[in-house]
Ligand binder design. Structure first.
Ligand SMILES: NC(=O)c1ccc[n+]([C@@H]2O[C@H](COP(=O)([O-])OP(=O)(O)OC[C@H]3O[C@@H](n4cnc5c(N)ncnc54)[C@H](OP(=O)(O)O)[C@@H]3O)[C@@H](O)[C@H]2O)c1
Length: 338
């Protein structure tokens, strides 16, 4: 029986983020270091393209007796382009196969549908798939990610099994107070991504001065801030010393006054995207020198998203298909005009 669940997720502390971490040796080392350091919560997704490596690291750690499967809390997500009943079920089963797991502790709808025509249908069909996976025991909990108030209201109205989690961007510089409040009132655990504002937090004077005051580093202050707000933090690092230090935040508490100081940073930092901006065109993100190549690649990829021949090989056929479909109405109009 699983020893971890959404109900005690906050007690597990920081979860390790795996987005932008290249598959293979790098992600295997990252997850192995994290598990050895005591992390139990591993956040992954179909679209991080490193599931095989994450699965290998988990299996190695279990085989070496460092951890038991039931002590780990592993999350995966179905991306918006795999929304729909059959495709979501297929996606989950394929992720389990690639990772060598029997079940996920949490399975999420990664975001409301994009592009936004009829997002309700995509979300609802996917929700039904998650409910089936939950009933079959392939996922121990289900939830959503990047859902704003209107998406949450919709899903709560329609769901047979309510989402147990909403994973959203959350940190002092982007607090999404209304969404967090709504989730608390509806017994939905908030998991916060971008806890370190993807590296941008390190420029803040207030974070700097609090780090000095508490004799901690900025990342530890940011992680503790989330925990004291009852939001489960996720942070990503591929550096051994950072993976370890990020996890060790149990020996201090940020005072109420200092929490209020951090509260005032809301909206002051750069945020990749607010929940409510889903179903709108994505904002481009300025390049950040701290990020490694896959991130830059992903951003470039967004630019060329609409040009099928320039996209990554695995997307090329899908993009080309939609591109050709798009031509049909154009050809009809031209024919009529002639
Ligand atoms: N549901 C969603 O839509 C969604 C969206 C985004 C992210 N997420 C999840 O949330 C996780 C975390 O968010 P994120 O990856 O966007 O960014 P993040 O954790 O806020 O920031 C990661 C950046 O901070 C650096 N860093 C980590 N620890 C540090 C430390 N102690 N000192 C200095 N720099 C440090 C990392 O660099 P180094 O690697 O060099 O240390 C990396 O550049 C993701 O990996 C993913 O699992 C979910």
């Amino acid at each position: 029986m699983s020893l971890v669940s959404v109900n005690n997720l906050l007690n597990l502390g920081l979860g390790i983020g795996t987005d932008y971490v290249p598959d293979g040796e790098i992600v295997i080392n990252q997850i192995t270091t994290a598990i050895e350091a005591g992390y139990c919560h591993i956040d992954n997704a179909d679209c991080y393209y490193n599931q095989a490596g994450v699965g290998t690291a988990i299996k190695n750690c279990i085989d070496r007796g460092i951890v038991k499967r039931e002590e780990l809390f592993v999350t995966s997500k179905v991306p918006d382009w795999k929304q729909g009943y059959d495709s979501a079920i297929k996606c989950c089963k394929e992720s389990l196969r690639v990772m060598g797991l029997d079940y996920f502790d949490l399975y999420l709808i990664h975001s409301p549908n994009r592009p936004c025509e009829d997002w309700q249908k995509g979300v609802l069909d996917t929700q039904r798939a998650l409910e089936t996976l939950y009933r079959e025991g392939l996922v121990k909990a289900i939830g959503v990610s990047n859902f704003a108030l209107r998406h949450l209201e919709f899903i709560l109205r329609e769901a047979e099994i309510k989402p147990m989690v909403n994973q959203i961007e959350f940190h002092a510089q982007h607090q999404q107070k209304a969404v967090v409040e709504f989730c608390k009132n509806h017994n939905i655990q908030v998991i916060g991504w971008g806890t370190l504002n993807q590296g941008r937090m390190f420029e803040s004077d207030i974070f700097n001065s609090l780090a000095q005051k508490y004799n901690k580093d900025i990342a530890q202050i940011a992680i503790k801030y989330s925990l004291q707000k009852d939001v489960v933090p996720l942070a990503r690092s591929i550096k051994k010393e950072r993976i370890i230090s990020n996890f060790n935040v149990n020996d201090f508490t940020i005072s109420d006054n200092d929490m209020m100081l951090l509260d005032k940073l809301d909206g002051k930092g750069f945020s990749q995207r607010a929940c409510d901006e889903y179903c709108k065109p994505i904002k481009m993100v300025p390049a950040n020198s701290q990020e490694y190549t896959p991130l830059k690649y992903k951003r470039t990829f967004k630019l060329f998203n609409l040009i099928p021949f320039l996209t990554e090989k695995k997307y090329r056929w899908n993009k080309t298909k939609w591109f050709l479909f798009g031509l049909i109405p154009l050809l009809k109009i031209t024919k009529k005009d002639l």
